[in-house]
Ligand binder design. Structure first.
Ligand code: ZN
Length: 1035
């Protein structure tokens, strides 16, 4: 699965407001206006009953600021942020009274101010205590000894809770994972969706074999109303059976009086009906408006990770692979698709047609099954003896050519690279108008968002890069994931880490012009930022609940997984060794399930390393423990001492881990630093190691081109030497190495190991920097700090930071062009620079953006803004009171999904509180703005000063609706939590976030992303405490 928005590594688009309070002055009570939809004649109205949202704290903010009459000179820490915090505290006092897993509760102080009632209670309490003392007096003396009277004092052992089925009977299974006594061999599914009442009926026939004697069959089923169940054992009679259901675990079971014996075959047939899902998983209904304005309904599936059970009863774990024969009954004006080619169509009564697909020629995990009922149009071509087709809604057919060409080329590449031919006869890629993930790798029927599959001929190379990289990811899954599958979700990285790595690697080889390297470097930096937190997890980690399964879809499984594969590949001699190893792995486990060790053992077996490196030993240190190492360099004469420790960002000084990694440290020095031949390798396995280097060497740069997953601290002298070298000549290091120095020094500053003064020293060379990755990394890091200062209302520092950024990047910003640009790298560079420039209110930037917008509106669709500049242009337009409605109207009429998303980001970047409230509501309601875009709306709104408070309040008020739309732990929820909390840096906000999430209990308090949010706020707080004085002095 591709999570899509995780790849948008967030160009450094700075907040567009500069904490002006003018927005509040115009509309003193924004809330009342926001609630009154008639106040928005230009916007389509929303039914206030459908979306409950009242930004209470924001109202307090408005009034609070008005009353205090803030001005710029007032540098009172109790200002806006605290004020806001107080307003939140008022509102969330109910949450705070709940016991919190994060805060220690004060002991109850009963009787301190006795009322008559409490007096009575206290007296009663004293009587009880006195009686108990009497009783205890007569107890054996051992009661009061340290050891106690264990035998006498019976403690109740924790008994397993017996689940009760919906019919009141005992459910025979109490575990999350299914028993291993039965294995499904094949499924035959018949599904009949009804779009009039949004339901479907189904019949599932499962052929199974008994692996161990058992009296029960347990499988999954969620919200399926089973109307009939029959069972047949070997050649025996078919008989009716009772199906028990245990809803909390989405399991169903059949109990037998006689044991089913090993090797017996049996057939279970289940008839059922259910609603088509109205969320984005299971067998869900979706709709779109066609070019004639008619509403079109369709149904599609998204099963990964745990939702196949919502469409048919099944053994819904990746290790239960089986074959599938699928039949779908449809109306004549619809078409259907599934994993396999269509075998035949048979007319039924009632104007229905039954499409039957070939039985799958491969064993598949249930999460890879897929089917679609829609009106899509294909374009097709034959590639490597496979029929490749791209399906879209009919009016977007001409946007499918690029995807078809790209998929065909990549299919050929993978067939050759893996030395295993894609096993199915056809490969469909389908653009679904309403789809939450970026794409899903269902075998033979890959589903996509429209943005990740459809591009017009005139689309920019950056838009094509998105499409190509998502296709490359999903095609890689046809081998990594579909052919060889992880046994359980704890090893999800075997699917996702590999597909992510192959996505970047294949694009570099097949489409070098798409210049994917900068993006891959940036996502590795972001993966480190997350993995540096204590809330991170090992690549391969225990998973025991549905929420934990959902949470595995994160940057550790994807980007860290990909990063450690890159590190392994880069540390092996020659460029074919890695490939040889993975071909061996794929062939050895073709059609089977694996665990992480299988991969390392497989690679070790083919001796991919000439110096007999034990791959398994090396790589398991990267997959079995969380985090990554910090390598510190110190030089004494000709000796270079390298030491390693866990790079753990924590606000708690006592946290220490003894983790050690087997690090293939690479390094270059001033005598030879650019060419790959310059690179030397040193394996650091223990706490420290020493290498020799002539004393004449002026500087060292470790982690050549940042292919390793570690951060390096060069010590004061080492950093100074590198800073000097770069200020003399930018070209002494590769651009990846320069970006890596920038990333590392900011990370070290966050860790407290380098001063912010050192960071600024290094950045002095930036005036001469023109390459994309160092510039975008520096802008992103500065932007993060800018936003924190902005949200703290450190207005003096905010102004100085703006001057600092303009001083260092101003001339580069001014040199950017605004016309079509062919180079992806230049597009990435200019979009980051111009977004920053316009965000900082650079007059020339804003004027150019405005004039492009005018030209675009007046051209009536004939003039197109270059794809990489759309977001900056739309965001500038969105700040204007008169252009915002124009932009909204463009949004509702836009057909290009990628352009539509950029318009949406523009709309969401508004600093007008009425518009912010409207867009949040509209995203939740889901008609004008599709709900699939709500995480994007929220994260964009949160970037601005006005928006982030509204958004945080919105999330608290609408939490239950959010987790109804997006599952707890899902990537969408992770994004929402992260974007809404990552800019808090005060104690008040910390307490508030704690209080809110702990009040949720099973509705989300246990999520890892909640821990991550709290840690991030604490770290922000710490960073501010440490660095505000430095910033005051040096900025
Ligand atoms: Zn994937």
């Amino acid at each position: 699965m591709d999570l899509f928005d995780r790849n948008s590594t967030e160009h450094a688009n700075l907040p567009r407001n500069m904490i002006e309070n003018s927005m509040f002055e115009e509309e003193p009570d924004v809330v009342d206006l926001a609630k009154d939809s008639t106040a928005f004649p230009a916007f389509p109205s929303l039914d206030p009953d459908e979306v409950s949202y009242e930004p209470r704290s924001s109202r307090l903010l408005v009034r609070g600021l008005g009353e205090n009459d803030m001005d710029e000179d007032e540098e009172d820490c109790e200002s806006s942020a605290r004020l806001l915090g107080m307003s939140f505290m008022n509102r969330s006092s109910a949450h705070r009274s709940n016991s919190s897993p994060y805060t220690r509760q004060p002991p109850p102080r009963s009787c301190s101010r006795p009322s008559a009632r409490t007096m009575v209670v206290c007296v009663l309490f004293l009587v009880i205590v006195a009686s108990m003392t009497m009783v205890l007096y007569f107890l054996p003396g051992c009661t009061f000894t340290k050891a106690g009277c264990r035998k006498q004092n019976k403690t109740t052992p924790a008994e397993p809770i017996s689940p009760i089925s919906t019919n009141g009977e005992l459910f025979p299974w109490a575990q999350f994972r299914l028993p291993r006594s039965i294995r499904p061999l094949s499924y035959e599914l018949t599904l009949s969706p009804d779009f009039d009442d949004m339901t479907f009926t189904g019949r599932t026939v499962i052929n199974m074999v008994v692996l161990h004697n058992t009296k029960i069959i347990v499988l999954h089923g969620a919200n399926l109303n089973i109307t009939k169940a029959t069972f047949k054992l070997d050649e025996g009679q078919t008989r009716d059976v009772t199906v028990l259901e245990y809803k909390p675990k989405q399991q169903i079971a059949i109990k037998f009086t006689e044991e089913l014996k090993t090797d017996q075959h049996c057939v279970l047939t289940l008839d059922y009906f259910a609603n088509l899902s109205h969320t984005y998983d299971g067998f869900y209904n979706s709709s779109y408006i066609d070019k004639d304005g008619n509403k079109r309904v369709l149904a599609a599936t998204q099963f990964e990770p745990l939702s196949a059970r919502k469409a048919f009863p099944c053994f819904d774990e990746p290790a239960f692979k089986a074959t599938f024969l699928i039949k779908i009954n449809r109306k004549q004006n619809y078409m259907t698709l599934s994993n396999m080619p269509k075998a035949k169509s048979t007319p039924l009564s009632n104007d229905l047609v039954q499409d039957e697909f070939e039985k799958s020629s491969v064993n598949m995990s249930t999460y890879l099954v897929a089917f679609i009922v829609a009106n899509f149009t294909p374009i097709s071509k034959n590639a490597s003896e496979t029929m490749v087709s791209v399906y879209s809604v009919p009016e977007k057919k001409e946007h499918a050519d690029y995807a078809l060409e790209t998929a065909s080329k990549l299919l050929e590449f993978y067939n050759d690279f893996f030395d295993i031919k894609y096993p199915l006869q056809k490969l469909d890629l389908v653009a679904i108008p309403d789809f939450l993930a970026g794409a899903m790798e269902n075998w033979g029927l890959i589903t996509f968002r429209e943005t990740t599959l459809l591009v017009g001929k005139e689309s920019s190379p950056l838009e094509k890069q998105v499409v190509a990289s998502v296709i490359a990811h999903e095609l890689a899954h046809q081998w990594f994931g579909n052919l060889v599958t992880m046994s359980w979700w704890n090893d999800l990285w075997l699917n996702e880490g590999f597909a992510t790595y192959m996505q970047y690697m294949s694009l570099q080889m097949v489409f070098p012009k798409l210049d994917i390297g900068n993006l891959f470097l940036a996502v590795r930096f972001r993966a480190m930022d997350k993995d540096a937190l204590n809330s991170s997890h090992a690549v391969s980690t225990e998973v025991n609940t549905p929420e934990q399964v959902e949470e595995m879809f994160d940057s550790v499984s994807y980007e860290k997984g990909a990063s450690i594969l890159l590190m392994l590949n880069a540390s092996l001699p020659g460029n074919q060794q890695f490939r040889k190893g993975i071909i061996h792995y794929l062939k050895q486990f073709s059609g089977l399930n694996t665990v992480t060790d299988d991969l390392w053992n497989s690679l070790t077996q083919v001796e991919v390393s000439t110096h007999h490196q034990n791959i398994s030993e090396m790589m398991s240190s990267w997959t079995s423990q969380k985090g990554f190492p910090l390598v510190t360099v110190s030089r004494k004469g000709d000796q270079v001492i390298l030491t390693q420790e866990h790079f753990l960002l924590t606000s708690d000084n006592n946290t220490y881990t003894s983790s050690l990694w087997n690090i293939p440290v690479t390094y270059v020095n001033d005598s030879c630093s650019l060419a790959p031949e310059c690179r030397q390798v040193f394996t650091l396995k223990s706490k420290s190691g020493t290498l020799k280097l002539p004393e004449s060497v002026k500087w060292l740069k470790l982690n050549y081109r940042n292919t390793g997953f570690y951060i390096v601290n060069y010590g004061e002298e080492g950093w100074a030497a590198l800073t000097d070298a770069l200020s003399t000549n930018v070209g002494v290091l590769t651009h990846e190495d320069r970006a890596s120095l920038i990333h590392n020094i900011f990370a070290l500053s966050r860790l407290g190991r380098v001063s912010f003064r050192q960071v600024l020293n290094l950045l002095n060379y930036m005036c001469n920097e023109t390459e994309t990755s160092p510039v975008t990394e520096a802008l992103l890091q500065l932007n993060n700090i800018y936003r924190l200062l902005d949200k703290r209302q450190e207005s003096g520092l905010v102004a100085r930071m703006k001057t600092y950024i303009m001083w260092h990047f101003g001339s580069l910003m001014d040199n950017q062009t605004w016309s079509e640009e062919d180079s992806v790298s230049k597009q990435e560079l200019r979009s980051a620079l111009l977004e920053a420039a316009c965000g900082l209110k650079s007059e020339s930037c804003i004027q150019k953006a405005k004039s492009l917008f005018k030209q675009y509106v007046e051209s009536n669709g004939t003039f197109r803004i270059p794809g990489d500049l759309q977001q900056v242009v739309f965001s500038v337009a969105a700040q204007s009171e008169e252009d915002w409605p124009t932009l909204l109207s463009l949004y509702t009429h836009a057909t290009y999904d990628s352009e539509k998303r950029k318009i949406l980001q523009g709309l969401a970047s508004t600093q007008d509180s009425r518009n912010i409230v409207w867009i949040l509501k509209a995203g939740l309601k889901g008609d004008i703005i599709q709900t699939q875009e709500l995480p994007l709306v929220i994260s964009t709104v949160c970037k601005g000063f006005a928006g982030y408070l509204f958004a945080w309040d919105f999330i608290q008020v609408n939490w239950d609706r959010l987790i109804e739309k997006f599952r707890i732990g899902s990537f969408a929820i992770q994004t929402i939590i992260k974007s809404s909390t990552s800019q808090f840096s005060t104690q008040t906000h910390l307490e508030q976030v704690q209080a809110f999430f702990s009040s949720l209990k099973e509705r989300g308090s246990q999520m890892r992303s909640v821990q991550e949010a709290l840690e991030t706020i604490r770290l922000n707080q710490l960073w501010m405490d440490r660095n505000l004085p430095t910033l005051q002095k040096w900025l």
